[in-house]
Design a protein. Structure first.
Length: 545
C-alpha cells in the first residue's frame, strides 16, 4: 500500500482535476439511479391513473426523466474527459520522473537489471498505473459517496428498505471485491513479472538472432518465448475469469436485493401502507443502486497488477546511485590526471580490484595501461568518468572527480571504446549527439580527421544515411571511426581509449591509428590495449598486475 500512497503523492498536482472527475462520477451514478427510480414510479403511476386509482400531473415527471437522461449523458462525457486527462497527465509525468531517477543509476546500478526488464518497467509497468486512478481510486470513492447518498434517501422513505440495500451494497461493493482482490493477488503479481520476462526474452531473441541461428538455438529460444507467453495468457485469463465472476455475483446481489425489497414491501402495499407507485420506485431504486458499486470487482481485480507495477517502479527509483556527483561545479583549468592511493571494490566485502594504486599522467601526455585480463584497466577508466565511488583520490587538473558535476565530466572527457553505441538514426544525428549545434561543415571536418569523409561522401545520402539498429549498416571499422569523429567534435581535453583497434583488420587499424594520432595530440590520454600497434600513441606505459 506504501507504493500506492507514493503514487498518490506524485498525483498531488492534479488533485483538483481528480476530485472533479470523482464528483462527475457521483453525478452520473446518482442521475442513473434517480432516472430508473423515477421512471419506475412514473410508469406505475400512469398505470394506476389508467385504471382510475389516482390522478397524475405527468408533465413534471416526464420533464425530470428527460432532464436526468440528458444530465447522465453529459456528465458521463465530462467525467471521461476529466478522468482520462488527469490519468494521462499523471502517466506522462511518471515516465519523466522515473527516467530522472534511472539516469544517475547508470551505469553502475543498472548492470543488475536486464535491458528488457528496464524497458518493461519504463513502458508496461507505468502503463499499468493508469488503472490506479481510473479503475480503482475514482470508482471506489465515487461508489462510497453515492452509496451513502442513496442510503440516506432510502432511509427517509423506509428504514427497512435502506437496511436491505446496506446489506446488498456491502456484499456487492465490499465482500465480493475483496474476495476478487484476494483471488487475483497472485496472478496480478505474475502478470507484471511475466510481462517483464517476456520482454527480456524477446529482446534477447532479437538482439542475439545471429548467434542463435549459428548455434541452431532459435527454436529453443522461441519455445521459451512461447512458454512465457502461455503462462502470461493463463495468468491474465485467471484474472479475467475472477473479475467476470465478481461482476456477475455483484449483479446477482443487486437482483437479490431487489427481490428482498419486493417481498419486504409486498405486505405493506397490500395493507395500503405504501402507494403502488412508491413501491415500484423503491424496488427499482434498490436494483439501480448496484450501479454505485458495479465497477468495484473489476477495480479490485486490477489491484494486484497495479500494486506490483508500482512496487517494481518505486523499488527501482529508491536505489541509491553508486556515486552522487554535485549538480554544478567548476571546470578544471588544466587536465593532468592523478590516482593517489586508490582502492576499489565492486561492492562491500568483495575483493579489491585496485589496491592503493597511485600514478599520474601529465597534461597532453598519453599513458598506456597494460596488464592481464581482469587487472582493472577498464575499472580505472570507469573511475575517471565518475561512474563508481572508491577510496583514495582520483583527480583531473587537481579537482577530485567526485566534486565535478556530471555535465563538466562529460564535457571534459571523451571515450573511444571497442563498442560504440550508434542510434538508429542518420550519421548527422549520431555525430551531433556530442555537439548539437555543429553545422555540416564541422561534421565533415570531424569525419575527415577520423579518416571517414570519403566513405561517407560515397554514400548516396551522405550525412543523411541511416546507420540501422546498433549501426548495423556500417562496418566495425566505420563505427569505430564515427566514435573518433565524435571525439574530435566534442573537443574534450581528456581522451580515454579502451581497446580502440580491437577486432579491426589491418586496413582499418591503420586508418583508426592515423586518426587517433591527430586526436590525442596535446590531449591527456589513457590508452587501454592488449595489442602492440596502438602503443605508438603512448608516451609512457603502466603495467598493472
Ligand atoms: N561492474 C562490475 N561489477 C562487478 N565486478 C566487476 C565489474 N566490472 C569489472 N569487475 C571485476 O573487476 C575486475 C577488473 O575488471 P576490469 O574490467 O577492470 O579488468 P580489465 O583489466 O579491463 O580486463 P580486460 O582486459 O579483460 O578488459 C574483474 O575481476 C572483473 O570481474
Amino acid at each position: 500500500m506504501n507504493d500506492l500512497r507514493h503514487l498518490l503523492k506524485l498525483a498531488r498536482p492534479w488533485r483538483l482535476r481528480m476530485a472533479v472527475g470523482i464528483a462527475l462520477s457521483v453525478v452520473v451514478i446518482l442521475s442513473n439511479v434517480t432516472l430508473l427510480s423515477v421512471s419506475g414510479w412514473f410508469i406505475a403511476s400512469m398505470a394506476l391513473a389508467g385504471v382510475g386509482k389516482l390522478t397524475l400531473e405527468f408533465f413534471t415527471p416526464a420533464a425530470a426523466i428527460r432532464g436526468l437522461a440528458v444530465l447522465r449523458t453529459f456528465a458521463r462525457y465530462l467525467e471521461r474527459l476529466v478522468t482520462h486527462d488527469a490519468t494521462l497527465r499523471l502517466l506522462s509525468v511518471l515516465r519523466v520522473w522515473f527516467y530522472k531517477h534511472l539516469e544517475p543509476l547508470a551505469p553502475a546500478r543498472l548492470q543488475d537489471f536486464r535491458d528488457g526488464d528496464l524497458l518493461a518497467r519504463l513502458r508496461a509497468d507505468i502503463d499499468s498505473l493508469d488503472n490506479f486512478y481510473l479503475r480503482i481510486l475514482a470508482p471506489a470513492i465515487a461508489g462510497l459517496i453515492s452509496s451513502i447518498a442513496i442510503l440516506c434517501v432510502l432511509f427517509w422513505f423506509s428504514p427497512g428498505v435502506a437496511g436491505i440495500d446496506v446489506v446488498m451494497l456491502l456484499l456487492a461493493g465490499v465482500v465480493i471485491p475483496v474476495a476478487v482482490a484476494a483471488g487475483t493477488k497472485k496472478s496480478g503479481n505474475d502478470v507484471a513479472g511475466l510481462r517483464a520476462s517476456l520482454q527480456v526474452a524477446s529482446t534477447d531473441l532479437i538482439r542475439g538472432l545471429g548467434e542463435l541461428q549459428v548455434a541452431g538455438a532459435v527454436r529453443r529460444q522461441t519455445r521459451h518465448l512461447s512458454d512465457l507467453s502461455q503462462q502470461l495468457i493463463s495468468a491474465q485469463r485467471h484474472q479475467a475469469w475472477i473479475s467476470a465472476l465478481g461482476s456477475a455475483l455483484s449483479a446477482l446481489a443487486g437482483q437479490l436485493g431487489m427481490f428482498c425489497t419486493f417481498l419486504f414491501l409486498l405486505s405493506a402495499v397490500q395493507a395500503g401502507k405504501i402507494a403502488g407507485n412508491d413501491f415500484v420506485m423503491l424496488v427499482f431504486a434498490v436494483l439501480a443502486s448496484t450501479e454505485a458499486v458495479a465497477a468495484l470487482p473489476a477495480a479490485f481485480a486490477a489491484l494486484g497488477v497495479t500494486r506490483e507495477a508500482a512496487r517494481r517502479i518505486f523499488s527501482m527509483a529508491e536505489l541509491k546511485p553508486a556515486i552522487t556527483l554535485p549538480e554544478t561545479s567548476v571546470t578544471p583549468e588544466h587536465f593532468d590526471l592523478a590516482f593517489s592511493g586508490v582502492t576499489m571494490r565492486y561492492g562491500a566485502g568483495k575483493p579489491a580490484v585496485l589496491d592503493s594504486l597511485s600514478f599520474s599522467v601529465s597534461e597532453g601526455h598519453c599513458l598506456a595501461l597494460l596488464g592481464p585480463s581482469g587487472a582493472g584497466k577498464t575499472t580505472i577508466l570507469n573511475l575517471i568518468q565518475g561512474f563508481w565511488e572508491c577510496e583514495g583520490s582520483v583527480t583531473i587538473g587537481g579537482h577530485e572527480v567526485r566534486t565535478l558535476s556530471d555535465e563538466v565530466l562529460r564535457q571534459v572527457i571523451s571515450v573511444v571504446g571497442q563498442k560504440t553505441y550508434l542510434f538508429n538514426a542518420s550519421i548527422r544525428d549520431n555525430l551531433r549527439l556530442v555537439a548539437p549545434d555543429a553545422d555540416d561543415d564541422a561534421l565533415w571536418q570531424a569525419l575527415a580527421k577520423a579518416s571517414l569523409e570519403e566513405e561517407i561522401r560515397a554514400f548516396p545520402h551522405g550525412l543523411d544515411t541511416l546507420v540501422g539498429e546498433l549501426g548495423a549498416r556500417l562496418s566495425g571499422g566505420q563505427a569505430r571511426r564515427i566514435a573518433i569523429a565524435r571525439a574530435f567534435l566534442s573537443q574534450a581535453p581528456v581522451i580515454l581509449l579502451d581497446e580502440p583497434t580491437e577486432g579491426l583488420d589491418a586496413t582499418n587499424t591503420g586508418l583508426v591509428l592515423n586518426s587517433l594520432k591527430t586526436l590525442v595530440k596535446g590531449k591527456t590520454t589513457l590508452l587501454v590495449t592488449h595489442q602492440i600497434q596502438p602503443l605508438v600513441l603512448a608516451d609512457s606505459r603502466l603495467i598493472l598486475e
